[in-house]
Design a protein around this ligand. Structure first.
Ligand code: PLP
Ligand code: COI
Length: 340
């Protein structure tokens, strides 16, 4: 049955109930095969380690409708790998790459009528997660786990999509130097809600975190990585052990080098040297690419290309990335996983 009630073009990044989600259980040392569920609620013990000690992690990826009617995912193998890095860091059982990808495909197929049409700008967002459950109380890994995939159609994460957003640096840190910043665990996000709220109250889209040891270098945005374009057209992105290794950023690095013939530097980006960039952006699955209009640091506002217009290089990166994701531009081998 077609879905005529959703206004695809005006979807934001908020919850819309789809037909099915996916749930698998880990008990006695093994994962079961999992199943689709129509109910979007789960019942877990009050002793679940995810509730008390944050023993959990998650991922985010999207399914896209192509012009020819096929439905595809973008690099789900990379999400599987990162999920497993997160699982290892918080002592949860890994989910095999094959099980991860096949389960994603299964839940997308079941939600076919919720996959937004080609050209609408919206996508079907998949939120895989692993949580520690069962009757526990001590600070130690749970014996039982749930691997779920929560699904919904979404529009742009930052309001306005591909129009520039303004950020402010935060005095808070999202991660410790040797903490959990490089994995996708919920605790990193709980701690980012207050800094985000403070930034939003001042009219900013989000905040930029600086490196936790010296507060002199850009780390990332609350839900996206940072990149800058230098006057001589280099793609520069921060190198740090405490930022989340973004799959979108890794893809943009490849696109910059191989499609746009640009040089790439992964290195320190000093907050006092923003004038080295003519353009800047935030990138991630949810954010796609959001051009950064300005960054305010210690009361001083630095404007990049423009607060209202998108720079030429950022536009090319965006067009190539979404071109590949939407099936209009030939992507590198293995980037597009066909589902339907
Ligand atoms: N940084 C953080 C903190 C994120 O939550 C995300 C989103 O997943 C990203 C960066 C972007 O990563 P990806 O491009 O893999 O979605
Ligand atoms: C994503 O981009 O998929 C994310 O997980 C970011 C998010 C916290 C909204």
């Amino acid at each position: 049955m077609e879905n005529k009630t959703i206004d695809w073009k005006n979807l934001g990044f908020s919850y819309v109930k789809a037909d099915y989600n996916f749930i698998a259980h880990f008990k006695n040392g093994v994962w079961d095969e999992g199943s689709l569920t129509e109910d979007d609620k789960i019942t877990i013990s009050q002793g679940s380690t995810c509730l008390h000690y944050g023993q959990q992690c998650f991922e985010g990826l999207k399914a896209y409708s192509h012009k020819d009617g096929t439905v595809c995912m973008f690099r789900p193998d990379q999400n599987a790998k990162r999920l497993n890095q997160s699982c290892k860091r918080v002592m949860m059982p890994e989910v095999s790459e094959e099980f991860f990808v096949e389960s994603c495909k299964k839940v997308v197929r079941a939600n076919k009528r919720f996959v937004p049409p080609y050209g609408s700008g919206a996508t079907l967002y998949l939120r895989p997660y692993v949580i520690g459950v069962g009757d526990n109380i001590g600070v130690c890994p749970a014996k039982e786990y749930i691997f779920g995939i929560f699904v919904m159609p979404v529009g742009p994460y930052f309001k306005g999509g591909m129009s520039p957003v303004n950020f402010i640096t935060s005095d808070y840190d999202r991660a410790a130097p040797n903490g959990t910043g490089a994995v996708k665990v919920g605790g990193n996000y709980a701690g980012s809600m207050l800094p985000h709220e403070l930034a939003a109250k001042e009219g900013f889209a989000d905040c930029i975190y600086l490196d936790p040891a010296t507060h002199t270098k850009i780390e990332e945005v609350g839900a996206a990585n940072f990149f800058g374009i230098t006057e001589d057209n280099k793609f520069v992105t921060p190198k740090s052990p405490s930022i989340l290794p973004s799959i979108t950023r890794r893809s943009l690095v490849y696109i910059a080098e191989n499609y746009l013939d640009m040089k790439v530097e992964e290195r320190d980006v000093y907050i006092d040297n923003l004038s080295e960039f003519k353009e800047a952006g935030a990138c991630g699955t949810a954010a796609v690419i959001s051009p950064i209009g300005s960054i305010t640091h210690k009361g001083k506002k630095h404007t990049f290309y423009s607060e209202t217009e998108v720079g030429e290089v950022t536009k090319k990166l965006y067009d190539t990335l979404i071109g590949i994701q939407n099936g209009d531009v030939e992507g590198p081998k293995g980037w597009i996983e066909k589902i339907l």
